[in-house]
Design a binder for this molecule. Structure first.
Ligand SMILES: C[S@@+](CC[C@H](N)C(=O)[O-])C[C@H]1O[C@@H](n2cnc3c(N)ncnc32)[C@H](O)[C@@H]1O
Length: 218
């Protein structure tokens, strides 16, 4: 049974007691998302037209923060969130994410969660959206992407998600110069990313985390 937790920046997250894993950093869910996926992923891209794949759609926090930036910076984004265990709408309504975003974007957040799985939807001209209900270990990608938000549970609890096999599959879905960003800078993660063909750079982490990873298909 998932539990709601407050993180240190006031934003909520979920805790999965069976895995003993939080969905976000307990130092700040919002800060973590903004630092890793928005600042060092989305905003580091030089492109105005970006295809994003998120591994582990979960609460939709990364998706709605990306949506906000798309509108703010006039970007055109095709966003795909892959998720094996969709969360029910009741638990999403207990998170305080509406307070983190502009009131005018709250309806889009609700829509992301209400939409059916496995259907491509035009949320607006700047944001095309799809949620895929599938297991990354089994899924065969048909589309290609410029940027991957790799936000699986940690490599200690889900080592198969951080394997060379998975990173090779993700490498193959990326366009040339495509980027993967993730929160774990563990030695084995870097090794497996390099084995898959990525050029790996360690960047400064958000509060509570020394380093994060940006990996580029060069
Ligand atoms: C650390 S949480 C992050 C969730 C999300 N990015 C967010 O901001 O809420 C990891 C997510 O990966 C999902 N997941 C776990 N195993 C998966 C798999 N094999 N394939 C796809 N998603 C998976 C979990 O259900 C969970 O939603």
């Amino acid at each position: 049974m998932l539990e709601i937790k407050q993180t240190n920046d006031g934003s909520a997250t979920l805790f999965n007691p069976e895995l003993n894993e939080h969905y976000h950093s307990t130092f700040g869910a919002y800060n973590e998302s903004m630092h890793i996926f928005i600042k060092n992923g989305l905003l580091s891209s030089l492109n105005n037209n970006i295809g994003i794949l998120e591994i582990g759609f979960g609460t939709g926090l990364n998706a709605i923060l990306t949506y906000e930036i798309a509108l703010q910076k006039n970007l055109t984004i095709k966003y795909t969130g892959l998720e094996l265990f969709p969360l029910n709408i009741e638990i999403i309504s207990l998170l305080n994410y509406e307070k983190l975003i502009k009131p005018s974007n709250i309806a889009a957040f609700h829509k992301m969660h209400q939409l059916e799985w496995n259907i491509k939807t035009i949320l607006n001209n700047q944001f095309h959206f799809e949620k895929i209900n599938a297991d990354l270990n089994q899924y065969a990608f048909t589309d290609s992407y410029d940027l991957i938000y790799f936000d699986a549970f940690g490599p200690d609890v889900q080592p198969e998600m951080w394997s060379g096999t998975i990173f090779k599959k993700l490498f193959a879905t990326l366009n040339s110069k495509g980027t993967l960003v993730t929160y774990s800078a563990k030695g084995l993660v870097k090794e497996n990313l390099r084995e898959a063909g990525f050029t790996v750079t360690r960047l400064q982490g958000p509060l509570g985390k020394r380093h994060i990873i940006r990996a580029i298909k060069s």
